[in-house]
Design a protein around this ligand. Structure first.
Ligand SMILES: Nc1ncnc2c1ncn2[C@@H]1O[C@H](COP(=O)(O)OP(=O)(O)OP(=O)(O)O)[C@@H](O)[C@H]1O
Ligand SMILES: [Mg+2]
Length: 278
């Protein structure tokens, strides 16, 4: 795709982060363009969540630059030195970015509707009536209008995550960051959430998603990023990354998944179907 001189939605240059002297991000460069879906994969501890959290400054990176639509996030330059930006400006720069969490992070004592309204009334100081309207639209978008008055504890995990997605959508973000949005769910509840994410991608939503759902990542992503030890080791379209990986480390990482997806399903897929047997 020729992007001309379009400013990336999210741009990372040399992004680094250390915790207690341990460098968990070691210089990450990545551009995410409008309408792109980028999936982050890699072993546990490789820095996927930290990278995602740096993209909206939930985690303060300490090397390099994160830019949202060209605007530097989190810092300003003062006499050649970098200083932390005011919370007001940080909020402004990150305004186009919304996050969906693995554990949903809904307030248990608040109704579904109130949860989805909260970022609008609290963070964006929107009038109650307008917030209610936008929250209602977002709940309809994920098929959860019927549960607006329920408490999160009365919903299944899949429904709770759809509310989590609605809460992110309600602010009309330009980029959504999703950290393993289905990994806290029972297997039978995964598909309803993946279906919502897929429909957002069809609508052109820009998304960066950490996931272990390889088939889904291959299906929905424009590019897949493989991380290891705080670095991007390989990056490319799903065909090159998941279906025909050539990088040896990536091949090793995907091996268990490839073995599983080639293995006959329990009950004898690969054998003649029961009905065709005499
Ligand atoms: N707040 C923190 N304080 C100290 N160390 C941290 C903190 N957050 C992350 N780390 C460390 O940073 C490294 C990267 O963690 P991160 O959560 O980004 O990995 P991940 O790729 O998302 O792993 P997983 O697949 O298990 O979710 C790990 O070694 C982790 O222990
Ligand atoms: Mg993680």
């Amino acid at each position: 795709m020729n992007r001309g001189n379009a400013v990336p939605m999210v741009s990372l240059r040399g992004v680094g982060k250390s915790f207690d002297g341990h460098r968990v991000l070691a210089g990450v460069d990545l551009d995410v363009h409008a309408g792109e879906v980028v999936s982050l994969i890699g072993p546990s501890g490789s820095g996927k969540t930290t990278l995602l959290r740096c993209m909206n400054f939930l985690e303060a990176y300490d090397e390099g630059e994160v830019r949202i639509r060209g605007a530097l996030l989190g810092y300003r330059l003062a006499q050649g030195r970098r200083e932390r930006e005011s919370e007001r400006i940080i909020a402004e720069v990150r305004a186009p970015v919304a996050m969906v969490f693995q554990q949903f992070n809904l307030w248990p004592h608040m109704t579904v509707l109130a949860n989805v309204m909260a970022p609008l009334t609290l963070a964006k100081r929107m009038h109650e009536a307008r917030a209610r309207e936008l929250a209602g639209q977002a709940l309809a978008r994920v098929g959860m209008s019927g549960k607006a008055d329920a408490l999160p504890g009365q919903l299944s995990g899949g429904q709770q995550q759809r509310v989590g997605i609605a809460r992110a959508l309600a602010v009309h973000p330009e980029v959504m960051l999703l950290d393993e949005p289905t990994s806290a769910l029972d297997p039978e509840l995964v598909d309803e959430v993946l279906e919502v994410i897929k429909s957002l991608s069809r609508d052109g939503m820009t998304m960066v998603m950490v996931t272990h759902e390889m088939s889904f990542a291959a299906d929905v992503s424009d590019r897949i990023v493989f991380m290891e030890k705080g670095r991007i080791v390989a990056l490319g379209p799903p065909d090159d990354m998941v279906r025909r990986p050539t990088h040896p480390r990536l091949q090793a990482f995907l091996q268990p998944w490839i073995r599983r997806s080639l293995a006959p399903a329990p009950g004898g897929a690969g054998l003649p179907a029961r009905s065709s047997q005499p």
